[in-house]
Design a protein around this ligand. Structure first.
Ligand code: BTN
Length: 242
């Protein structure tokens, strides 16, 4: 892998997106100690203090076009799960489509940027923000409940080692996805799915739908059981029904 490590950058995702015209090599990685404009999903900010977290982006070429991007976030979530399990012996929980939870609160987030067209060779940048050791003063500016790895283990986590594991797990999962899609990963996903068979509400734009979560399908869609009829959902935010 071509790997670059920055002490300061605006956003590791934005950096790799800017390099796309240069014909990047598959799997190129950008890491940073600090992001001045870290981005979360839905236009949110990703609070990115210096020197204690993981901000990682990987470039991935999509030969088959953007149609092949479906499922990338689920595959990435599984890769984060693999890495945290292998390196820290902690099993995370997954929340469709791309959040990683631990003890019911957010541990890591995934942001995928795409450029291209449905059936033309296209580009993706897969960004992962993983809370390793959140400094107290940064915690105050986060607008959602969060946790970090340090709160769940007594050992000091070596971020270099964890990043290496993350890169290798992500690479493996992306190859597996390219070869055989999501089909071989559904069982694993369901094992760690935080909402499986639970009553949830789905927010799509202004609309709220209630149902029971039945996991995901081969396309990476959420299966929502609404009064006994299972619908495949391709976008939106799910949360537990209160
Ligand atoms: C989310 O849950 O909202 C997604 C968060 C993604 C954050 C990561 S940190 C590395 C990469 N660079 C960014 O600007 N964002 C992603």
């Amino acid at each position: 892998h071509l790997l670059e490590v920055h002490s300061l950058i605006d956003s590791t995702n934005d950096h790799l997106m800017r390099l796309i015209p240069e014909r990047m090599s598959q799997g190129r990685v950008c890491l940073a100690e600090y992001q001045s404009a870290g981005r979360g999903r839905r236009g949110r900010q990703w609070v990115s203090p210096f020197g204690s977290q993981i901000y990682l982006s990987m470039y991935w070429y999509l030969e088959q076009g953007l149609a092949g991007a479906m499922g990338l976030s689920l595959v990435t979530a599984l890769a984060v799960s693999d890495a945290v399990k292998n390196y820290c012996d902690i099993q995370v929980e997954l929340k469709w489509p791309n959040d990683i939870y631990l003890s019911g609160v957010k541990l890591a987030g995934i942001l995928i940027d795409l450029e291209g067209q449905a059936l033309e060779p296209s580009h993706s940048v897969i960004g992962i923000g993983l809370n390793v050791n959140m400094p107290e003063e940064s915690a105050k500016s986060i607008d959602q409940q969060w946790t970090d790895l340090k709160s769940h283990t007594n050992i000091t986590i070596d971020r270099d080692g964890l990043c290496a594991e993350l890169i290798s797990c992500l690479w493996e999962r992306l190859l597996q996805h390219r070869e055989s899609g999501l089909s071989g990963m559904l069982d694993e996903w369901h094992k760690y799915d935080i909402y499986l068979n639970k009553p949830v509400k789905l927010l799509t734009g202004e609309r709220t739908t209630h149902g029971i979560c039945r996991g995901i399908n081969n396309q990476g869609a959420l299966l929502l059981d609404v009064d006994g009829y299972v619908k495949a959902i391709y976008g939106g935010e799910v949360s537990l029904r209160g």
